[in-house]
Design a protein around this ligand. Structure first.
Ligand SMILES: [Zn+2]
Ligand SMILES: [Zn+2]
Length: 342
C-alpha cells in the first residue's frame, strides 16, 4: 500500500476487505442470526458483485482493462483510498462484533449499501478519466457513449430487411432507458423539473416543467431520409427525438427530448460546472456524411455545443425542420396525479 497504488491495487485491497467481512460472518454462529445479520451478509455480497461487474465492464470501454487497472490518476487514487479506509473501518467493526458476540449493529447494512454506491461512482469516474484523457478538449462523456452503444445495438443485431414491429420498438426504448439508468439517476429537481445526474461526470441534464419522464418516443414512424428498413429510430441520427410528456401541473402535454437521446449526447461539464452541455446528434450524423456543394452549411454545425437540454431542443426544432408528428391523443397520463418521476 502507498506510493504504488493504482486503480487495480486499490480495488483488489477493497475486494479483500469485503471478503474478510464475508468470512467473519460466515464463521460466526448462524444459530443466533436474525434479519440484520442476514441483511448484512447480503449487502456485502452485493457490493462485491457490483464492484467485480463494474471492473469487468468498464475496462474494455477504456481501451482495455490493463490501462484502467494500472491507472494512477491522482483524483481516482484519492477517491479509492478514501473508500478503502471506510471498508477498513467497517471490517474492523465486524471483527469486534465477532469477538464480543450479540446482535449485529443494523446501521452497518445502510453503511455498506452507501459504500456500494460510492464505490460504483468512484469506478465510473476513474474509468471516465481514462476515457476522456485519450480525447480532445470537448468530450462526450463515457456515460453518453455507453447509452449510444445501446442505441446502436438493435441495428447491429438486426438482419437486413427485418422490419421491427411495435413490440420490438417498445423493447428498444426500454433497453435505452435501462442503459441510462445504469449510468446515472433521474431525480426531481426543484419543484417542477426532472434532472438526470450522470454517475460518470456528475453532469446534470435538466428537463424543465415535467411531471415524469416519458418512457417511449412519440413516433416510431418517423425515419430519416434514405433510410432502410433498419430500426433507424434508434440511431443517433434518429429524427424522432421527441417524447410526449406532461407538464408538472399535469394540465398540458408537451414534446420533450426523449431522455436517452439527450443522455447519449452529453459532454463532460467544464471544471466547476454542474450542468452537462450537449451535442446535436442530427448535426453530428450529417457532419459525418459527405457534403454536397450546394448544402446549406449554415444549418449544420457538428461542433456546436448546447448549454442545456432546453437549448438543444430549440435547436432541434428550428434547425432540423418541422417534424411530421402525429397529433398526440390525450392520454390517461394527463389526468394521473401521482408524482413518480419515471
Ligand atoms: Zn456524464
Ligand atoms: Zn443539429
Amino acid at each position: 500500500m502507498g506510493v504504488f497504488d493504482s486503480v487495480g491495487t486499490l480495488l483488489a485491497d477493497i475486494a479483500n476487505l469485503i471478503t474478510d467481512g464475508q468470512r467473519i460472518l460466515s464463521f460466526s454462529d448462524k444459530r443466533h442470526w436474525g434479519q440484520d445479520e442476514r441483511e448484512q451478509e447480503r449487502a456485502l455480497d452485493a457490493v462485491l458483485d457490483e464492484a467485480r461487474k463494474d471492473f469487468q465492464e468498464l475496462g474494455p470501454l477504456v481501451n482495455g482493462r490493463s490501462q484502467y487497472e494500472h491507472d494512477r490518476r491522482h483524483d481516482s487514487i484519492e477517491e479509492l483510498r478514501a473508500i478503502r479506509a471506510k471498508f477498513q473501518a467497517l471490517t474492523e467493526k465486524l471483527k469486534d462484533w465477532s469477538r464480543s458476540g450479540g446482535p449485529i449493529d443494523p446501521t452497518w447494512v445502510r453503511e455498506t449499501q452507501s459504500l456500494k454506491r460510492e464505490l460504483h461512482r468512484a469506478q465510473c469516474r476513474a474509468a471516465m478519466r481514462v476515457f476522456t484523457s485519450a480525447r480532445e478538449a470537448s468530450q462526450l462523456c463515457l456515460g453518453a457513449y455507453i447509452v449510444q452503444r445501446q442505441q446502436r445495438a438493435p441495428l447491429r443485431n438486426s438482419r437486413t430487411g427485418d422490419k421491427p414491429d411495435e413490440g420490438s420498438y417498445q423493447r428498444y426504448y426500454a433497453e435505452e432507458l435501462l442503459a441510462c439508468k445504469s449510468v446515472g439517476t433521474f431525480q426531481r429537481f426543484g419543484e417542477q423539473d426532472i434532472a438526470f445526474v450522470c454517475d460518470f461526470c456528475d453532469g446534470h441534464l435538466v428537463w424543465e416543467d415535467l411531471e415524469r419522464m416519458p418512457t417511449v418516443r412519440t413516433s416510431t414512424q418517423a425515419s430519416p431520409p434514405g433510410s432502410s428498413n433498419a430500426p433507424v429510430s434508434l440511431l443517433p441520427n434518429a429524427s424522432n427525438w421527441q417524447a410526449t410528456g406532461v407538464t408538472h401541473c399535469g394540465q398540458h402535454q408537451k414534446q420533450v427530448i426523449f431522455a436517452p437521446v439527450a443522455i447519449a449526447n452529453h459532454i463532460v461539464p467544464r471544471h466547476g460546472d454542474w450542468e452537462a452541455r450537449l451535442r446535436c446528434p442530427l448535426c453530428e450524423a450529417i457532419g459525418e456524411q459527405p457534403q454536397d456543394e450546394d448544402d446549406d452549411e449554415e444549418a449544420y454545425r457538428p461542433d456546436e455545443e448546447f448549454d442545456d437540454v432546453k437549448s438543444l431542443q430549440e435547436h432541434l426544432e428550428w434547425q432540423h425542420g418541422p417534424s411530421k408528428l402525429p397529433i398526440p391523443l390525450p392520454t390517461s397520463a394527463a389526468t394521473e396525479s401521482n408524482c413518480r418521476i419515471m
